[in-house]
Design a protein around this ligand. Structure first.
Ligand code: ATP
Ligand code: MG
Length: 303
């Protein structure tokens, strides 16, 4: 299920070459409004699945005279990326709904460039275009990467592996029913919360069971807040049913788009998964054990 290390390195190198190309263009054109590119998403966090299908890169755009309308902003970003990457043909740099895709002919994956409007914040806070609904989210990708890095250090290999296992479970559910959703970043925040409470992730069946039990018991209606960058008492009030607060911006609820029904669907699925783990652990034969794990992760899952 994991993206092999060599593949991850190859894709990171692909993103790095784009970033370096932009950097050298900026050196020659210091007034250029694209300021930098930064690997974001699962490849940056070391939580990618083998099924990774694009490379997420954030691109910082100087906010002052950039268009605010997302469709126009994406055209603007595409046009400037074409300038910075003259050896790409125009049709290799195409605006999508909420990002711009840079396609590589032949090898490699496509790079998905997500705009961030930015006004020289020294920590690289900026307004990220949400890939869920195109709204602007004030957030800070470098601090997110640091946040995840801390949890990975606290539970070496196990934190990232648990993220992958749960994402694999989510992917299987999405395949079964189209309307199921459970954002990877929310999964990571919940696991960070459990890790911060001192739970040890080294026994994977037990850690998975702990995650599913937490989801069922809390019904995802308990607010999750972290104290890495702000004092938890400073968190504002929210009205949404699921409240997982962005550790770097206490005004941003990472799960603001999740309805009661979305949350209930996750809770029901977690209940089933928890039952299947119990059954797998109690199963008398290898076949039975595999049968129950495949109920959770799908028929491609082998042990
Ligand atoms: N609602 C949000 N608020 C703030 N930042 C967000 C939000 N959604 C996504 N991000 C930022 O975008 C990054 C990538 O999003 P996400 O975690 O959902 O995808 P991913 O890690 O690439 O997972 P996948 O394997 O599903 O593509 C996050 O690590 C976070 O920095
Ligand atoms: Mg991604």
């Amino acid at each position: 299920m994991n993206l092999p290390k060599e593949k991850a390195n190859e894709y990171r190198a692909q993103a790095r070459r784009l970033r370096e190309k932009l950097d050298s263009y900026i050196d020659e054109h210091p007034d250029f409004t694209l300021k930098k590119m930064l690997l974001s998403g699962s490849l940056a966090k070391g939580t990618a699945l083998r099924s990774l299908n694009d490379i997420d890169v954030a691109c910082y755009i100087s906010g002052a005279d950039a268009p605010r309308d997302v469709t126009i902003l994406l055209e603007y970003l595409a046009e400037r990326l074409r300038k910075a990457f003259p050896n790409f043909s125009a049709d290799q740099v195409e605006p999508q709904t909420y990002s711009v895709t840079v396609s590589f002919r032949g090898t490699g994956l496509d790079v998905d460039v997500v705009p961030i409007l930015y006004s020289d914040d020294p920590q690289w806070y900026g307004n990220l275009v949400s890939q869920d609904d195109g709204s602007y989210l004030e957030t800070c990708i470098p601090l997110h990467l640091e946040f995840i890095r801390k949890r990975k250090q606290a539970q070496e290999t196990h934190f990232a592996q648990l993220v992958r296992l749960i994402k694999f479970w989510v992917r299987n559910l999405k395949r079964e029913r189209g309307d199921f959703k459970f954002k990877s970043f929310m999964v990571e925040m919940i696991l960070a919360h459990l890790s911060d409470q001192g739970f040890d992730f080294s026994d994977y069946p037990e850690a998975l069971q702990h995650f599913f039990t937490y989801v069922v018991k809390s019904r995802l209606r308990e607010r999750i807040v972290f104290d890495d960058y702000h004092t938890p008492s400073e968190v504002g009030s929210f009205t949404e049913p699921v409240q997982i607060i962005d550790p770097v911006n206490f005004k941003n609820n990472v799960s603001c788009l999740y309805t009661e029904a979305d949350a209930d669907a996750i809770v029901d699925a977690a209940l089933d998964a928890g039952d299947a783990i119990d059954a797998a652990l109690a199963a008398p034969t290898k076949e039975k054990t595999v049968y129950y794990w495949q109920k959770i992760f799908g028929s491609s899952f082998q042990i």
